[in-house]
Design a protein around this ligand. Structure first.
Ligand code: SF4
Length: 335
């Protein structure tokens, strides 16, 4: 491939067709970093309003560093993958302590929650470092362009090629151009090769089987567990408890529940008063098949809190329990 001509075609297209997103054009490392953390597991269109709301709440890295964890989790609610929010706050505290953002990808990686990809994205966009932001998205596009025959279960396998291709004059724009190309044109399914600005450079397209790249490893096995979730009422309030500070959904609030268990195991002493909907939630390596029960208790069990609708709304709750949270809110408000 003529790498120079490829870069020129990619950036020419980016300058004319890039997506207008609220973080585009900024070189403020706090804003770039925040957008990249939000984009890690969430689509850009969904991130845009959340990004602006988060910035309105925490306009500077110092404001975020000074916030308590629960306020940050609350601002993150609905985005999922809450460890991102916890790490964001811890990293903000570290930046505030140092007095400035680290300026190289290597240094950025010392912050909590900042891996190779995020470090490279921030270093390239905010500080012009020629570091490829090699996530699954960029890996897919490069694997197709190069007809890369190995699997890219870890995008790092492509690192040498990615480093050779990146534009050294405009590394931030180059990385963002590949992000846009991957999300709008070189999509996982049915890539739009006819409208692709770099089709002339693409080896997979030339071979006529673009979609068969990247070569994929076997799918991950997910463990399925049965979970009983209890909406237990005490005098017009519902019982909630906080999850442990480590492990799955750490620090979030939840209704009493037990994997595979009966009501007696999920909430000893509760009386069942009805069945609720079933719900299913898929985590990375785990699936919860949830059965809901309505119940009553006569006294507040140890370690629990009884909240009204307003109290429930104020607590950071995992997306996995959103069906039951919605039922509880409707029941508490007598709808
Ligand atoms: Fe992707 Fe097709 Fe463009 Fe190749 S030509 S980079 S497969 S969209």
């Amino acid at each position: 491939m003529d790498a120079m001509a490829f870069r020129r075609a990619l950036l020419y297209w980016y300058d004319r067709a890039r997506r207008e997103l609220p973080w585009r054009g900024t070189r403020d490392p706090y804003r770039v970093w925040l957008s990249e953390i939000m984009l890690q597991q969430t689509r850009a269109e969904a991130v845009a309003p959340r990004y602006e709301a988060f910035l309105a709440r925490f306009p500077t890295v110092e404001a975020l560093a000074a916030a308590d964890e629960e306020a940050v989790l609350k601002a993150w609610e609905g985005m999922g993958y809450y460890s991102r929010a916890r790490n964001l706050r811890r990293a903000a505290m570290e930046v505030a302590r140092r007095g400035e953002f680290p300026q190289s990808a290597k240094e950025l990686k010392t912050l909590p929650g900042v891996g190779d990809y995020t470090a490279a994205a921030v270093a390239s966009i905010a500080f012009d470092e020629a570091a490829p932001a090699l996530d699954g998205n960029q890996a897919r596009v490069l694997a197709r362009l190069l007809a890369f025959e190995e699997t890219v279960d870890t995008p790092q396998r492509l690192r040498a090629q990615a480093e050779a291709l990146i534009d050294r004059e405009r590394p931030g724009d180059y990385n963002q151009a590949l992000m846009d190309l991957g999300s709008g044109i070189c999509t996982p399914r049915a890539p739009k090769c006819e409208t692709c600005p770099v089709a002339a450079f693409c080896a997979a397209r030339a071979g006529g089987d673009a979609e068969s790249y990247p070569r994929l490893p076997p799918p991950i096995a997910r463990r399925e567990v049965e979970v009983t979730v209890v909406l237990a009422y005490l005098g017009g309030r519902v019982l909630v408890r906080r999850r442990p500070s480590k492990g799955l959904l750490a620090g979030l609030w939840e209704f009493p529940n037990d994997s595979g268990g009966t009501l007696a195991q999920a909430l000893p002493g509760a009386r069942a008063t009805g069945e609720l909907a079933r719900s299913r939630h898929v985590f990375t390596h785990l699936v919860w098949n949830m059965r809901g029960l309505r119940a009553e208790v006569d006294a507040l069990p140890e370690g629990m809190r009884a909240v009204d609708a307003e109290g429930l709304r104020a607590l950071p709750f995992p997306t996995a329990l959103r069906v039951y949270r919605q039922i509880a809110l409707e029941e508490l408000e007598g709808r």
